[in-house]
Design a binder for this molecule. Structure first.
Ligand code: ZN
Length: 238
């Protein structure tokens, strides 16, 4: 059956196209470029996250500075009243004011420690942020450079692919479109979709075939599919 011979020839061209597409996908420069693109994206996310964090810690710092100012005022106020000898008629009152001053001072010192810790932290974060930004910029530069190189290569690859596809198109001439459609449907499940008889086995899945099926295939009267893998089965080919 000429249709099946043509389909076999078509498959040869289709295999070339499919293989070449696979080579293009696995092309080292392309995979490196994809890795680099992911790296750039990750670093951008990191940088954005750090910028957001920096924004909220700045808000927190401003709030703490405001509270610090208040505490400082409280301490000064109490200290001011303590200087005024007439402000406390009794020793108990003076004692109480002194205790208040000590309490406010302790609070203030604790607060200043916390502020200093935050300042140190933000310095560390700032250093890390600059490092990451620099890395991100470098990765982006590298990506842009490699992308330009790859685009040139890709243009060549696409040219070659177009030629292979042209050959495949030529091979498709004279084949019933229904048969091509069947071929395509099987291709989604098993590749390559056309298998030959190998003794009494399907060359696609090595399953032994019933004698009656082999007879039908050898006679080439109708198109048979392997019961196991679904491939179109044809007699042995060159
Ligand atoms: Zn099979």
């Amino acid at each position: 059956m000429q249709q099946l011979e043509r389909l076999w020839a078509y498959q040869k061209e289709d295999i070339k196209v499919t293989r070449y597409e696979g080579e293009m996908r696995a092309y080292p420069m392309r995979t490196k470029l994809l890795r680099l693109r992911n790296l750039v994206a990750d670093q951008q996310t990191l940088v954005k996250g750090m910028e957001k964090d920096a924004g909220s810690s700045l808000e927190k710092l401003e709030e703490m500075q405001r509270v610090h100012g208040e505490l400082l005022r409280q301490v000064e106020e109490i200290a001011g009243t303590l200087e005024d000898e007439n402000a406390f008629p009794t020793a108990a009152q003076a004692h109480k004011a002194l205790a208040q001053l000590q309490e406010a001072e302790t609070k203030l010192r604790g607060f200043e420690k916390e502020l200093a810790r935050m300042a140190r932290d933000s310095q560390h974060i700032g250093t890390r942020y600059r490092e990451i930004r620099q890395k991100a910029m470098k990765a982006r530069e590298e990506y842009t450079k490699l992308k330009a190189q790859y685009d040139l290569e890709l243009a060549k690859q696409n040219e070659r692919l177009a030629l292979l596809k042209e050959e495949r198109e030529k091979a498709a001439e004279g084949i019933d479109s229904a048969l091509i459609e069947r071929y395509m449907a099987i291709k989604g499940q098993s590749f390559p979709p056309v298998a030959t008889l190998n003794g009494d086995q399907c060359s696609g899945c090595n399953m032994s075939l019933p004698a009656v099926v082999m007879q039908t295939i050898r006679a080439g009267e109708s198109i048979s599919e392997c019961e196991n893998c679904g491939r179109i089965l044809i007699p042995p080919q060159e």
